[in-house]
Design a protein around this ligand. Structure first.
Ligand SMILES: C[S@@+](CC[C@H](N)C(=O)[O-])C[C@H]1O[C@@H](n2cnc3c(N)ncnc32)[C@H](O)[C@@H]1O
Length: 201
């Protein structure tokens, strides 16, 4: 699938579901709130979320740290429409994780780049991670929260969930890819989700 097909899929999918997105995702996108709470204990003043969707995470971070600068890059114009209304204090760009200019959004290299349930939808996750690391300020970090390999779920549940996610172009993250860039990883119950922290290059 090329980029314009990926974007067309995202706009169809999220164009139809964006109004109920936040309500429904709280039942299966686990680990987001603890990742946000962890971020709010750290020192940073520029943060860019890749794939911010409706702007839910940026809204929570802004509530906790209103003085910081926030940016978002999303491949879906349908989602960007929602995020722009919800987060008027943030700068947004339509683009792709693999090569967007993150620094331009926050007037300097970001201290944190957040991927929350986005990297599993990105077509070239290795390229996206390398690009994110290259954009960080000195001492900055990439934070990823997303589906893990589901290997600890009981019986056929992991396989069934993985097959269902494929229908929505979601591929649970490969631990080896994250380890290859030096990620520190914490797994949620059943290896359903993971949080990874990755330093710059
Ligand atoms: C499952 S939603 C997650 C939204 C939000 N981060 C959250 O935690 O609720 C995935 C988001 O990533 C965006 N996305 C998918 N592929 C992308 C890519 N290659 N580059 C940037 N954004 C992408 C989608 O349009 C969507 O807004």
């Amino acid at each position: 699938m090329n980029r314009s097909e990926h974007q067309a899929f995202l706009d169809r999918y999220y164009g139809a579901s964006r109004r109920i997105y936040d309500l429904t995702r709280k039942y299966y996108l686990f680990g987001r709130d603890s990742a946000l709470a962890g971020l709010l204990t750290e020192r940073w003043s520029r943060l860019v979320e890749i794939g911010p969707g409706t702007g839910r995470n940026l809204g929570m971070l802004h509530q906790g740290r209103p003085s910081a600068r926030y940016g978002g890059v999303d491949a879906s114009l349908a989602m960007l429409e929602v995020a722009r209304v919800r987060c008027p204090w943030a700068a947004f760009a339509h683009g792709f994780a693999e090569d967007a200019d993150y620094a331009a959004l926050v007037d300097g290299p970001p201290d944190r780049v957040l991927f929350s349930y986005c990297l599993s939808m990105v077509q070239e996750p290795g390229r996206a991670l390398a690009h994110a690391r290259s954009q960080l300020s000195p001492g900055g970090e990439v934070v990823v929260v997303d589906f893990a390999d589901l290997a600890g779920l009981p019986g056929p549940a992991g396989g069934a969930l993985s097959a269902w996610l494929t229908r929505f172009h979601v591929r649970p993250l490969d631990e080896r890819l994250l380890r290859s860039v030096g990620a520190e990883i914490q797994f949620g119950p059943g290896r359903y989700w993971l949080k990874a922290t990755i330093r710059g290059e």
